[in-house]
Design a protein around this ligand. Sequence first.
Ligand code: NAG
Ligand code: NAG
Ligand code: NAG
Ligand code: NAG
Ligand code: NAG
Ligand code: CU
Length: 257
Amino acid sequence: MWQTLIPIPFLLPYLFHQASAHGGALNYTVGDTWYPGYDPYGDQTMQDGADWMVQRKWITNDPIFETTNASLSCNTPGNPAKSYVPITAGQNITAVYAYWVHTVGPMIAWLAYCANDSNDCRTFNSSTASWFKIGQKGLLEGTIEEGTWFQKAFSKWDGSPSLWSETVPSSLRPGKYLVRHEIISLHSANKPQFYPECAHLDIKGDGHAFPSKEYLVQIPGVWSMDQPEINIDIYKPEVSKKTEYKIPGPAVWTGLS
Ligand SMILES: *[C@@H]1O[C@H](CO)[C@@H](O)[C@H](O)[C@H]1NC(C)=O
Ligand SMILES: *[C@@H]1O[C@H](CO)[C@@H](O)[C@H](O)[C@H]1NC(C)=O
Ligand SMILES: *[C@@H]1O[C@H](CO)[C@@H](O)[C@H](O)[C@H]1NC(C)=O
Ligand SMILES: *[C@@H]1O[C@H](CO)[C@@H](O)[C@H](O)[C@H]1NC(C)=O
Ligand SMILES: CC(=O)N[C@H]1CO[C@H](CO)[C@@H](O)[C@@H]1O
Ligand SMILES: [Cu+2]
């Protein structure tokens, strides 16, 4: 649906809103099918309660600065959506961003089973969710300060969408899940910025696996300013020249255990 480049005039509203240099996951794709998300600067009354909405509500693309902020789970205000992105375990879920302006820090895709009476994400409070990682992208090459992070590499500046894909493990037990795409930007010394957005997935398949406890975390909870990879000054000489950055948090669950 985006074989044609978005003409520049249509990008101007984004340039305006992103004058403060922020952003988020705006849409999703599975294969060739595209699902619009919540436009934080669009008409809220048209979007709230819309039958087609797959993304939890967010109304600002400002970062979250506090590792304990309740909005860290599904942004502000994070109200449930009415619909789901249908997907089969083993397929990729792709988050679509407009160009992304920051360049340093990891990106992590998480899932959480909507552990409600009827496994219904529409009534599920994300503050009670148990999240597990399904994929993450970090420093691809070079040094922490000046090298190429996926966060820098995936951003397109020509009007075409910036895409981030991760795979839903093929052995995952089917059901309704939250997916949470998180970009952590580390360009401000000791002041990490968190950009999370959540959507609803209806996962099909014939898998039976589910991650064990060591893969599951609460959000907020997983991050803290005691973690050197989170509370980091990338400009400090002993940090800036390092060519390795260990993405913090639990291991990625690939479905094998
Ligand atoms: C949580 O983050 C949001 C978005 O940046 C902000 O508006 C809100 O004030 C923060 N809440 C707290 C308790 O710090
Ligand atoms: C997301 O979808 C909306 C339509 O709902 C479209 O206007 C916008 O250009 C899309 N954004 C990106 C980055 O693809
Ligand atoms: C979710 O639970 C938290 C913690 O109990 C509560 O503060 C919040 O209001 C709840 N959100 C909704 C939408 O019910
Ligand atoms: C699916 O996502 C994985 C993980 O990012 C990636 O390696 C792979 O190329 C993607 N496949 C497709 C068809 O996009
Ligand atoms: C844990 C959780 O999110 N429970 C919710 C399940 O759905 C009911 C409404 O159907 C809510 O009241 C609960 O908070
Ligand atoms: Cu920003």
